[in-house]
Design a protein around this ligand. Structure first.
Ligand SMILES: [Zn+2]
Length: 345
Protein backbone atom coordinates (compact mmCIF):
# COMPACT_ATOMS: atom_id res chain seq x y z
CA UNK A 1 0.00 0.00 0.00
CA UNK A 2 1.39 3.36 -0.93
CA UNK A 3 1.85 5.56 2.12
CA UNK A 4 2.39 8.70 0.13
CA UNK A 5 -0.71 10.84 0.06
CA UNK A 6 -0.74 13.05 -2.94
CA UNK A 7 -2.93 16.07 -2.67
CA UNK A 8 -3.65 18.84 -5.09
CA UNK A 9 -1.54 21.63 -3.69
CA UNK A 10 -2.31 24.25 -6.27
CA UNK A 11 -4.01 27.15 -4.59
CA UNK A 12 -2.81 26.43 -1.05
CA UNK A 13 -1.24 29.89 -0.83
CA UNK A 14 -3.83 32.44 0.34
CA UNK A 15 -3.74 36.17 -0.33
CA UNK A 16 -0.69 37.50 1.51
CA UNK A 17 -2.54 40.69 2.35
CA UNK A 18 -4.20 39.90 5.67
CA UNK A 19 -2.07 36.82 6.33
CA UNK A 20 -0.23 38.54 9.19
CA UNK A 21 -3.58 39.19 10.89
CA UNK A 22 -4.48 35.53 10.30
CA UNK A 23 -1.28 34.44 12.05
CA UNK A 24 -1.92 36.81 14.98
CA UNK A 25 -5.51 35.58 15.33
CA UNK A 26 -4.35 31.94 15.46
CA UNK A 27 -1.69 32.80 18.07
CA UNK A 28 -4.25 34.69 20.17
CA UNK A 29 -6.70 31.79 20.02
CA UNK A 30 -3.96 29.36 21.05
CA UNK A 31 -2.99 31.58 23.99
CA UNK A 32 -6.63 31.98 25.10
CA UNK A 33 -7.26 28.22 24.99
CA UNK A 34 -4.09 27.59 26.95
CA UNK A 35 -5.06 30.15 29.62
CA UNK A 36 -8.48 28.55 29.98
CA UNK A 37 -6.94 25.05 30.25
CA UNK A 38 -4.61 26.28 32.98
CA UNK A 39 -7.38 27.97 34.99
CA UNK A 40 -9.96 25.19 34.75
CA UNK A 41 -10.87 23.63 38.12
CA UNK A 42 -10.02 20.15 36.89
CA UNK A 43 -6.97 21.31 34.91
CA UNK A 44 -4.83 18.49 33.57
CA UNK A 45 -1.80 20.72 32.95
CA UNK A 46 1.30 19.52 34.77
CA UNK A 47 2.85 22.81 35.84
CA UNK A 48 6.43 23.69 36.74
CA UNK A 49 5.46 23.51 40.44
CA UNK A 50 4.02 20.01 39.95
CA UNK A 51 7.19 18.83 38.19
CA UNK A 52 9.18 20.31 41.05
CA UNK A 53 7.41 17.86 43.39
CA UNK A 54 4.29 19.70 44.60
CA UNK A 55 2.03 17.45 42.52
CA UNK A 56 -1.07 16.27 44.40
CA UNK A 57 -1.76 12.61 43.50
CA UNK A 58 -5.51 13.14 44.11
CA UNK A 59 -5.62 14.94 40.78
CA UNK A 60 -5.01 11.50 39.20
CA UNK A 61 -3.25 12.85 36.11
CA UNK A 62 -2.19 10.29 33.52
CA UNK A 63 1.03 9.75 31.62
CA UNK A 64 2.20 7.53 28.76
CA UNK A 65 5.67 7.14 30.27
CA UNK A 66 6.78 3.57 29.53
CA UNK A 67 4.43 3.23 26.57
CA UNK A 68 1.05 2.80 28.31
CA UNK A 69 -1.49 5.23 29.67
CA UNK A 70 -1.36 5.03 33.48
CA UNK A 71 -1.58 7.29 36.55
CA UNK A 72 1.34 9.63 37.08
CA UNK A 73 3.62 8.87 40.05
CA UNK A 74 6.21 10.89 41.95
CA UNK A 75 8.95 8.77 40.43
CA UNK A 76 7.73 9.92 36.99
CA UNK A 77 8.23 13.49 38.16
CA UNK A 78 11.86 12.68 39.02
CA UNK A 79 12.29 11.32 35.47
CA UNK A 80 10.65 14.46 34.06
CA UNK A 81 13.02 16.67 36.05
CA UNK A 82 15.92 14.64 34.70
CA UNK A 83 14.60 15.00 31.11
CA UNK A 84 14.24 18.77 31.56
CA UNK A 85 17.81 19.12 32.85
CA UNK A 86 19.13 17.08 29.90
CA UNK A 87 17.23 19.27 27.47
CA UNK A 88 18.38 22.49 29.15
CA UNK A 89 22.00 21.37 28.96
CA UNK A 90 21.79 20.56 25.26
CA UNK A 91 21.06 24.07 23.99
CA UNK A 92 22.90 27.29 24.66
CA UNK A 93 20.21 29.63 23.31
CA UNK A 94 18.79 29.12 19.87
CA UNK A 95 19.25 26.12 17.64
CA UNK A 96 20.76 25.82 14.16
CA UNK A 97 18.62 24.81 11.17
CA UNK A 98 20.74 21.70 10.65
CA UNK A 99 20.33 20.70 14.34
CA UNK A 100 16.56 20.94 14.00
CA UNK A 101 16.75 18.55 11.04
CA UNK A 102 19.19 16.17 12.74
CA UNK A 103 17.40 16.04 16.11
CA UNK A 104 13.94 15.66 14.63
CA UNK A 105 12.07 12.36 14.64
CA UNK A 106 12.34 10.28 11.43
CA UNK A 107 8.52 10.21 11.17
CA UNK A 108 8.33 14.00 11.18
CA UNK A 109 11.05 14.17 8.52
CA UNK A 110 9.18 11.66 6.35
CA UNK A 111 5.97 13.70 6.68
CA UNK A 112 7.85 16.90 5.84
CA UNK A 113 9.14 15.19 2.70
CA UNK A 114 5.90 13.70 1.52
CA UNK A 115 3.29 16.20 2.61
CA UNK A 116 4.83 19.61 3.13
CA UNK A 117 6.17 20.62 -0.24
CA UNK A 118 6.33 24.40 0.02
CA UNK A 119 7.72 26.95 2.45
CA UNK A 120 7.72 30.57 1.36
CA UNK A 121 9.17 33.51 3.33
CA UNK A 122 6.37 36.05 3.14
CA UNK A 123 7.40 38.85 5.51
CA UNK A 124 10.22 39.94 7.79
CA UNK A 125 10.19 42.40 10.68
CA UNK A 126 13.84 42.76 11.62
CA UNK A 127 15.10 39.38 12.80
CA UNK A 128 11.66 37.70 12.65
CA UNK A 129 10.76 36.08 9.36
CA UNK A 130 7.29 34.61 8.80
CA UNK A 131 7.07 31.66 6.47
CA UNK A 132 3.94 30.03 5.10
CA UNK A 133 3.78 26.33 4.29
CA UNK A 134 1.07 24.19 2.77
CA UNK A 135 -0.82 22.00 5.28
CA UNK A 136 -0.86 18.19 5.33
CA UNK A 137 -3.64 16.15 3.65
CA UNK A 138 -5.55 15.50 6.92
CA UNK A 139 -5.49 19.08 8.10
CA UNK A 140 -8.53 21.30 8.51
CA UNK A 141 -6.60 24.33 7.25
CA UNK A 142 -4.80 24.93 3.95
CA UNK A 143 -1.65 26.56 5.31
CA UNK A 144 0.46 27.13 8.43
CA UNK A 145 2.55 30.05 9.64
CA UNK A 146 6.08 29.29 10.82
CA UNK A 147 8.02 32.05 12.58
CA UNK A 148 11.82 31.97 12.44
CA UNK A 149 13.76 34.42 14.60
CA UNK A 150 17.31 34.72 13.25
CA UNK A 151 19.29 35.49 16.40
CA UNK A 152 22.39 36.79 14.59
CA UNK A 153 20.44 39.17 12.34
CA UNK A 154 21.75 42.41 13.87
CA UNK A 155 25.28 41.10 13.70
CA UNK A 156 24.81 40.08 10.03
CA UNK A 157 23.40 43.52 9.22
CA UNK A 158 26.44 45.22 10.76
CA UNK A 159 28.53 44.83 7.61
CA UNK A 160 31.33 42.77 9.09
CA UNK A 161 30.36 39.72 7.03
CA UNK A 162 30.63 41.21 3.54
CA UNK A 163 27.86 42.13 1.12
CA UNK A 164 24.18 41.25 1.60
CA UNK A 165 24.41 37.81 -0.04
CA UNK A 166 27.51 36.80 1.93
CA UNK A 167 25.98 38.04 5.18
CA UNK A 168 22.76 36.13 4.42
CA UNK A 169 24.77 32.95 3.73
CA UNK A 170 26.38 33.33 7.15
CA UNK A 171 23.16 34.27 8.92
CA UNK A 172 21.20 31.21 7.84
CA UNK A 173 23.73 28.85 9.43
CA UNK A 174 23.59 30.69 12.78
CA UNK A 175 21.31 29.86 15.76
CA UNK A 176 17.62 30.70 15.48
CA UNK A 177 14.30 30.28 17.31
CA UNK A 178 11.16 28.81 15.78
CA UNK A 179 7.41 28.48 16.20
CA UNK A 180 4.52 26.89 14.27
CA UNK A 181 0.74 27.25 14.70
CA UNK A 182 -0.05 23.53 14.30
CA UNK A 183 -1.22 21.07 16.95
CA UNK A 184 1.90 18.96 16.90
CA UNK A 185 4.05 21.96 17.79
CA UNK A 186 1.58 22.94 20.49
CA UNK A 187 1.28 19.59 22.25
CA UNK A 188 4.61 17.88 21.52
CA UNK A 189 7.33 20.44 20.95
CA UNK A 190 6.48 23.90 22.31
CA UNK A 191 7.48 22.80 25.82
CA UNK A 192 10.81 21.35 24.59
CA UNK A 193 11.52 24.57 22.67
CA UNK A 194 10.68 26.66 25.74
CA UNK A 195 13.06 24.87 28.09
CA UNK A 196 15.62 24.48 25.26
CA UNK A 197 15.62 28.25 24.63
CA UNK A 198 14.66 28.04 20.95
CA UNK A 199 10.95 28.91 21.08
CA UNK A 200 10.02 32.02 19.07
CA UNK A 201 6.46 32.29 20.44
CA UNK A 202 4.33 31.74 23.54
CA UNK A 203 6.16 29.93 26.35
CA UNK A 204 4.72 26.54 27.27
CA UNK A 205 5.17 25.65 30.93
CA UNK A 206 3.08 22.45 31.06
CA UNK A 207 5.06 19.20 30.76
CA UNK A 208 3.82 17.02 27.80
CA UNK A 209 3.18 14.03 30.07
CA UNK A 210 0.77 12.31 27.66
CA UNK A 211 1.97 13.22 24.16
CA UNK A 212 5.72 13.37 24.63
CA UNK A 213 6.85 12.37 28.17
CA UNK A 214 10.37 11.46 26.97
CA UNK A 215 10.75 14.82 25.22
CA UNK A 216 11.65 13.25 21.88
CA UNK A 217 12.20 15.26 18.70
CA UNK A 218 12.27 19.03 18.30
CA UNK A 219 9.95 20.18 15.53
CA UNK A 220 6.86 19.49 13.40
CA UNK A 221 6.86 18.73 9.67
CA UNK A 222 6.13 22.38 8.78
CA UNK A 223 9.17 23.67 10.66
CA UNK A 224 11.29 20.86 9.16
CA UNK A 225 10.33 21.93 5.63
CA UNK A 226 11.20 25.52 6.50
CA UNK A 227 14.54 24.44 8.02
CA UNK A 228 15.44 22.47 4.86
CA UNK A 229 14.80 25.65 2.86
CA UNK A 230 16.78 27.81 5.30
CA UNK A 231 19.68 25.36 5.00
CA UNK A 232 19.90 25.29 1.24
CA UNK A 233 17.53 27.38 -0.86
CA UNK A 234 18.74 30.37 -2.86
CA UNK A 235 15.37 32.08 -2.60
CA UNK A 236 15.75 32.23 1.20
CA UNK A 237 19.26 33.59 0.86
CA UNK A 238 17.96 36.24 -1.57
CA UNK A 239 15.17 37.18 0.83
CA UNK A 240 17.56 37.54 3.81
CA UNK A 241 19.97 39.48 1.64
CA UNK A 242 17.16 41.92 0.69
CA UNK A 243 16.41 42.40 4.38
CA UNK A 244 20.06 43.04 5.25
CA UNK A 245 20.56 45.43 2.30
CA UNK A 246 17.46 47.39 3.31
CA UNK A 247 18.65 47.65 6.93
CA UNK A 248 22.00 48.99 5.70
CA UNK A 249 20.40 51.44 3.28
CA UNK A 250 18.20 52.84 6.07
CA UNK A 251 20.96 52.64 8.67
CA UNK A 252 18.39 50.95 10.91
CA UNK A 253 18.03 47.21 11.61
CA UNK A 254 14.29 47.42 12.35
CA UNK A 255 13.08 47.28 8.78
CA UNK A 256 10.27 45.31 7.12
CA UNK A 257 10.40 43.31 3.93
CA UNK A 258 7.26 41.91 2.29
CA UNK A 259 7.16 39.39 -0.48
CA UNK A 260 4.77 40.25 -3.29
CA UNK A 261 1.92 37.91 -4.18
CA UNK A 262 3.55 37.20 -7.57
CA UNK A 263 6.94 36.36 -6.07
CA UNK A 264 5.35 34.09 -3.46
CA UNK A 265 3.22 32.43 -6.12
CA UNK A 266 6.31 31.62 -8.17
CA UNK A 267 7.99 30.02 -5.15
CA UNK A 268 4.87 28.13 -4.10
CA UNK A 269 4.26 26.68 -7.52
CA UNK A 270 7.64 25.22 -8.37
CA UNK A 271 7.48 21.79 -10.01
CA UNK A 272 7.54 18.75 -7.74
CA UNK A 273 10.93 17.67 -9.10
CA UNK A 274 12.47 20.90 -7.76
CA UNK A 275 11.28 20.38 -4.20
CA UNK A 276 14.16 19.30 -2.02
CA UNK A 277 14.14 16.05 -0.17
CA UNK A 278 14.67 16.88 3.50
CA UNK A 279 16.98 13.89 4.11
CA UNK A 280 18.98 14.67 0.94
CA UNK A 281 19.38 18.27 2.11
CA UNK A 282 20.74 17.02 5.43
CA UNK A 283 23.19 14.66 3.74
CA UNK A 284 24.27 17.21 1.12
CA UNK A 285 24.95 19.83 3.78
CA UNK A 286 26.94 17.28 5.82
CA UNK A 287 29.05 16.43 2.74
CA UNK A 288 29.64 20.14 2.09
CA UNK A 289 30.78 20.61 5.70
CA UNK A 290 33.09 17.57 5.43
CA UNK A 291 34.56 18.92 2.17
CA UNK A 292 35.12 22.35 3.75
CA UNK A 293 36.82 20.75 6.76
CA UNK A 294 39.09 18.65 4.49
CA UNK A 295 39.93 21.77 2.47
CA UNK A 296 40.81 23.69 5.63
CA UNK A 297 43.00 20.80 6.81
CA UNK A 298 44.88 20.53 3.50
CA UNK A 299 45.28 24.32 3.38
CA UNK A 300 46.81 24.26 6.85
CA UNK A 301 49.21 21.54 5.68
CA UNK A 302 50.07 23.45 2.50
CA UNK A 303 51.01 26.59 4.43
CA UNK A 304 53.47 24.51 6.43
CA UNK A 305 55.16 23.00 3.37
CA UNK A 306 56.35 26.21 1.62
CA UNK A 307 58.18 27.15 4.81
CA UNK A 308 60.12 23.89 4.59
CA UNK A 309 60.75 24.50 0.87
CA UNK A 310 61.83 28.07 1.57
CA UNK A 311 64.27 26.93 4.25
CA UNK A 312 65.81 24.27 2.01
CA UNK A 313 66.04 26.68 -0.94
CA UNK A 314 67.77 29.21 1.33
CA UNK A 315 70.28 26.50 2.29
CA UNK A 316 70.99 25.58 -1.34
CA UNK A 317 71.50 29.19 -2.46
CA UNK A 318 73.88 29.73 0.46
CA UNK A 319 75.84 26.68 -0.75
CA UNK A 320 75.91 28.04 -4.32
CA UNK A 321 77.10 31.45 -3.06
CA UNK A 322 79.93 29.79 -1.13
CA UNK A 323 81.04 27.83 -4.24
CA UNK A 324 80.93 30.96 -6.43
CA UNK A 325 82.72 33.06 -3.79
CA UNK A 326 85.54 30.52 -3.59
CA UNK A 327 86.03 30.83 -7.37
CA UNK A 328 86.19 34.67 -7.37
CA UNK A 329 87.70 35.20 -3.96
CA UNK A 330 84.52 36.77 -2.57
CA UNK A 331 82.63 36.07 0.67
CA UNK A 332 79.22 34.38 0.24
CA UNK A 333 77.62 37.68 1.50
CA UNK A 334 79.37 39.65 -1.28
CA UNK A 335 78.12 37.16 -3.89
CA UNK A 336 74.54 37.48 -2.55
CA UNK A 337 74.79 41.31 -2.62
CA UNK A 338 75.98 41.29 -6.25
CA UNK A 339 73.19 38.90 -7.23
CA UNK A 340 70.58 41.06 -5.47
CA UNK A 341 71.76 44.15 -7.42
CA UNK A 342 71.66 42.19 -10.69
CA UNK A 343 67.98 41.28 -10.20
CA UNK A 344 65.60 43.22 -12.45
CA UNK A 345 63.72 45.91 -10.54
ZN1 LIG B 1 3.72 22.72 12.49
Amino acid sequence: MATKKTADLSGWLPKLRGSAADQKARAAEDAAQRRAAGKAANSIILTAKDVQGEYDAHRALMTTMGGQVRPLTHSDLATFRHNVRLMQGRYKGGIRARQVLELSMPDDRARANEQIRFAVPVAAHGSQVRFMTNAGPDSDVTHHHVIVDFLSYSSAASGARGDGMKSAAWLRREPLRVECDCGRWRYWFRYIATIGKFNAGRDETGYPKIRNPNLHGVACKHILRVMAEVESSTSIQNFLSRLIDKARARDDNRVNVQMSQDEAKKLSGKPDAHVRDVETTMRARQRARDRAAAKRASKAEATLQPKKAAASSRRSSRLAAETLGAQFNLSPEQVMAILAQAKPQ
